[in-house]
Design a protein around this ligand. Structure first.
Ligand SMILES: Cc1cc2nc3c(=O)[nH]c(=O)nc-3n(C[C@H](O)[C@H](O)[C@H](O)COP(=O)(O)OP(=O)(O)OC[C@H]3O[C@@H](n4cnc5c(N)ncnc54)[C@H](O)[C@@H]3O)c2cc1C
Length: 496
C-alpha cells in the first residue's frame, strides 16, 4: 500500500493535520490505536487564533466550534479575595474576541466530522509499530486489531501520537526537560453559587492556586495544586474526592460555592519538555509528541493544532512538486520549535509564580501583579498573547524584507485581520496572497506562478509598500511598493 502521508494519532493535532492535507488534495491515511476518540473534556479552551485558522479550513468550520462551545469574554485573577486583574478579550484584533470554552471531546468530534466530509475516515485500532526511513519514502508497519499486519509505504510520516510518541521514541529523540514536583487535581463538577457572566477565574491563595472555568450550565472545570507529589511512579496520579474539591473551593475560592455531581475527577503532574528538532528527514513530529508543558493559559492543544496548520501547506507544496523541499520544510522546525520554547517559558513562569509559597513572598507577588495588571497596555498584551494572536515567526528562514519607510506588518507577523476580506489561505490549494497596488505591473508574475499565488491582488497595508502573505496568514515578504523584482525573486527562491 502507498500514501503521500501517514499520520499517526487521531487526537486534535492529527485530525487537524489530516484535514489540512486532505483539503490540499494529498492522499493520506490517519491511524489511531484507540477504539474511539476521547470522551474526556481534557483541553477546554480554543483561542482566537485557532478559530481564525479553523475558519480557513472550510465554510462554517469555526462557527460549528462556536456553536458547540461557550463564550467567555474575560479572565480574572484574584489574590486574597481581591480582584487584581481583569483580562478583557474584547479589544483583541480578531473576529473572535472571546475565549471559547469547549471540551476536547467536542473538538475531536467536530474535527472527525469535518474529516469525514472530506472523505477521510480515521482508522481506529490500528497501531504504528515501527518504521524504516528510506531515501524517497518511509516504510511503516501497522498492526490491526485482528492481529494482521500491513506494510505501508508513505512519502512522509507525521507523528501526532501524543506525549508518549512511538514515532519520537523510534527516532531516538530525547524529550528534554523536567517534571514539576507538585501534584495537581482536575475536577469537572457541577457548582452552585457562581454569579455573573461566564469567565475564567484564577485564585491565588496562601495555600495554593485554584482555577475555575465554566463548561456550560452549572458544570465547571476546577484545577488546583495539591502540594508536593508523594508518588514517584510515572503515570500514577492522585485522584481527588468530591470532599477534597469542596474543601479547596471553601478555602481558596469565593464564599458559597457548592460542588456536586462529579463528571470527571483526575490528577496530573506537569511535564515541561520538548524535542530539539521536529523533523528527521521524511518524518515529522507535531503536538504533544513534540512539546508538553504546564496547562497554565490553556495553550497546549492550540499550540499543537498550530503545528499542523504550519506544516500542512508546506508539505503540500513540496509533495505536489510546486516548491523545493528547502527551505520550506526546514522552516517548520525553526518556526514551531521557537514558538514552543516561548510557550514553555511563559507557562512555566506563570506556574512558578502561582505556586510561590511564604506570606512575605506572596504579598510582594500580589502587590506587584496588581500594579502591573493595573496598566492597560499590559492587559492588552496579555490578551494578545493568550489568544495566540501575538504568535509570529520573527526569525523564520522564510522571512524577507526590502526597502524601508513603509509601515504595516513586518515579515513573520500575522497579517492583520481586515473585515470583509476572504480568509487568507481558505482555498483548496495553499497560495500566497499579494497585497499591492498597480495591478498591471504584477500580471506577468501572476502568470508565472499561478499555482502558488492568489489570482487577485489585495489592497496593501500602506501605499508605500507591498506584502506577500503566506497561506497560513503570516507575512513572508515586505518590500517597497512596485518592487516586483522582490516578489519575483522570493517566489523563485521557493524553488519553482
Ligand atoms: C487530564 C488532562 C487534562 C488536560 N487539560 C488540558 C487543558 O486544560 N488545556 C490544554 O491546552 N491541554 C490540556 N491537556 C492536554 C491536551 O489534551 C493535549 O495537549 C492534546 O490532547 C494534544 O493533542 P495531540 O493530538 O498532540 O495528542 P493526543 O491527544 O494525546 O493524541 C495522540 C493520539 O495518538 C494515538 N497513538 C499513540 N501512539 C500511537 C501508535 N503507535 N499508533 C497509533 N496511534 C497512536 C493515541 O491513541 C492518541 O489518540 C490535558 C491533557 C490531559 C490528559
Amino acid at each position: 500500500m502507498k500514501a503521500d502521508v501517514l499520520i499517526v494519532g487521531a487526537g486534535p493535532v492529527g485530525m487537524t493535520m489530516a484535514s489540512e492535507l486532505a483539503r490540499y488534495g494529498l492522499s493520506i491515511r490517519i491511524v489511531d490505536k484507540n477504539t474511539q476518540r476521547t470522551d474526556r473534556s481534557k483541553a477546554i479552551v480554543v483561542w482566537a487564533r485557532t478559530l481564525e485558522l479553523l475558519d480557513r479550513m472550510g465554510p462554517g468550520v469555526a462557527e460549528r466550534f462556536i456553536q458547540a462551545g461557550l463564550k467567555a469574554e474575560y479572565a480574572n485573577l484574584f489574590a486574597g479575595g481581591e480582584q487584581i486583574a481583569h483580562i478583557d478579550l474584547s479589544g483583541v484584533d480578531t473576529p473572535y474576541k472571546f475565549i471559547l470554552l469547549i471540551q476536547q471531546s467536542e473538538t475531536e468530534r467536530l474535527l472527525e466530522e469535518h474529516l469525514a466530509g472530506l472523505g477521510v475516515k480515521v482508522e481506529r485500532q490500528v497501531q504504528l509499530e515501527k518504521f524504516v526511513p528510506r531515501a524517497d519514502s518511509v516504510l511503516c508497519s501497522l498492526a490491526n486489531a485482528d492481529g494482521s499486519n500491513e506494510q505501508l509505504e508513505a512519502s512522509w510520516l507525521i507523528g501526532c501520537d501524543g506525549a508518549h510518541s512511538t514515532v519520537r521514541h523510534s527516532l531516538g529523540m530525547s524529550f528534554e526537560g523536567s517534571t514539576m514536583l507538585n501534584d495537581w487535581i482536575l475536577a469537572d463538577v457541577h457548582i452552585g453559587g457562581i454569579q455573573g457572566p461566564p469567565a475564567g477565574d484564577i485564585h491565588w491563595h496562601a495555600e495554593g492556586i485554584l482555577a475555575i472555568f465554566p463548561l456550560g450550565g452549572t458544570r465547571y472545570r476546577v484545577i488546583a495544586d495539591a502540594g508536593e507529589s508523594a508518588s514517584t511512579a510515572i503515570g500514577e496520579h492522585r485522584v481527588p474526592t468530591l470532599e477534597e474539591v469542596q474543601r479547596i473551593l471553601d478555602v481558596r475560592g469565593p464564599k458559597g460555592l457548592i460542588a456536586s455531581d462529579p463528571v470527571w475527577m483526575s490528577g496530573f503532574t506537569i511535564n515541561e519538555r520538548k524535542v530539539a528538532d521536529y523533523r528527521a528527514g521524511r518524518v515529522f513530529l507535531a503536538g504533544d509528541a513534540a512539546h508538553v508543558h504546564s496547562p497554565a493559559g490553556g495553550q497546549g492543544m492550540n499550540t499543537g493544532m498550530h503545528d499542523a496548520f504550519n506544516l500542512a501547506w508546506k508539505l503540500s507544496l513540496v509533495s505536489r512538486g510546486l516548491c523545493a523541499a528547502e527551505p520550506l520544510l526546514t522552516s517548520y522546525n525553526a518556526e514551531r520549535s521557537a514558538v514552543a520554547k516561548l510557550v514553555l517559558e511563559a507557562t512555566g513562569r506563570a506556574t512558578a509564580i502561582a505556586l510561590m509559597r511564604g506570606g512575605a513572598k506572596q504579598s510582594i507577588r500580589n502587590h506587584v501583579a496588581s500594579l502591573v495588571f493595573g496598566l492597560a497596555p499590559v492587559r492588552h498584551m496579555m490578551a494578545n498573547v493568550l489568544s495566540e494572536i501575538a504568535v509570529g515567526y520573527p526569525d523564520s528562514p522564510l522571512n524577507s524584507s526590502f526597502g524601508s519607510g513603509h509601515s504595516g506588518p513586518a515579515p513573520g507577523k500575522r497579517a492583520p485581520f481586515r473585515a470583509g476580506e476572504l480568509a487568507l489561505g481558505s482555498g483548496s490549494m495553499p497560495r500566497f496572497a499579494l497585497f499591492a497596488t498597480e495591478n498591471n505591473t504584477y500580471a506577468d508574475i501572476m502568470k508565472e506562478f499561478p499555482e502558488i499565488l492568489e489570482p487577485k491582488l489585495r489592497p496593501p497595508y500602506d501605499e508605500k509598500g507591498l506584502w506577500l502573505v503566506r497561506p497560513d496568514g503570516y507575512v513572508a515578504l515586505r518590500a517597497g511598493s512596485g518592487d516586483k523584482g522582490a516578489v519575483h525573486s522570493y517566489l523563485r527562491q521557493l524553488g519553482k
